[in-house]
Ligand binder design. Sequence first.
Ligand code: DON
Length: 309
Amino acid sequence: MDTLTAADLQQILDEIAHAMAAEVDRGAPATYIPELAHVDPSQFGIAMALPGGQVVAAGDAATPFSIQSISKVFMLAIALGRLGDTLWQRVGREPSGAAFNSIVQLEHDKGIPRNPFINAGALAVTDAILKGHQPREVLGELLRFLREAAGDDDIHINRAVAASEQATAHRNTALAEFMAAHGNLKNPTAMTIGTYVHQCAVEMTCEQLARAGRFLAGVPGSPRMVSSARVRRINALMLTCGHYDASGDFAYRVGLPGKSGVGGGILVVAPGRASICVWSPGLNAQGNSKLGAQAMERLARATGWSVFG
Ligand code: DON
C-alpha cells in the first residue's frame, strides 16, 4: 500500500470525515475545565502532513482547539533536551493502566509518576524544565518549539482556558503537593501548576499539529527538532502510554503511536509516512476523543499503516 498518493489519502480523509459527520454517539466534551465544556461536539477535523511538506485535510482541520495533554509530548522533548536521561530519576516509563489523573497510583509509587504523559508525570516534567527558569521563559520555549516544528508562527496560548483550568485545578494541585511531599516537586506548586495549565491551553489546528509532529514521524523534509534516537523513544512512550488506560486498546485498534488530549485532539505518528492529527471534542470514558479514535482506526485500516508490520 506504499503506492498511496496524496490524492488517494485525500479521498480516504474525505470518506472518514463524511462517515464521522453521520455518527450520533459522539461522546461528551470535558466539563471539569469549564472553558472546554461549551465547545461544539459536532465538530470533526483531520489533517495529515506528508513527505515534502504537503498537507491533506478534511472537515474542521483549520479550526483551533485546545491541545491539552498533547503539549506533554513537546514538553517531554524539551525536557530530554535539557536534562537528558537524568529526567528518568523523577518519572517512570511504564504504562499506568490507570486514569490520567489518578491519585491512588501516585501514593503507591511513592511520588514517582509512572510515565511522563499521566498528569502527575507531566507535572514532574514541567517542574524539571522550570529549574532556574521563569514560567514565561518555559512557555516561550514551548511556543518557539511548536512554531518551528509546525513552520507557523500563528500558535498561541488561550489565556481564558488556562485561567479556567487554574481556577479548578484541585486534583492536579493534590498530585503536585503529594509529589512535593516526596521531594519530587522542586518549585512552588502554584508555579508548576500555573506553567502546566498554560502549556495545556495552547491552541492549534489539526493542520498545525500535523505539521508540528513531522519530526516525530521523520517524514522526509521535516525539521529536525531532536535526534532520531530520541524520536524513537518518544514514539515508544506515545505508543505505550499516550492514551493512558486506553493505550493498549489504541495500539490494538490503530497500531501507531498517538497522544490524546482532553480537548479532543489526537496526534498520531506513522513513521516515515505521515504525521496525522484528528480532532473531535466529544470524549470517551478514558478522556480520549471518541470519534478521533474511531477515525484513526478507519485510517489505519484504509492505509495499512502500522508499526507492527
Ligand atoms: O491536567 C489536565 O487535566 C488537563 N490540562 C490535561 C488532561 C488531558 O488532556 C488528558 N487527556 N486526554
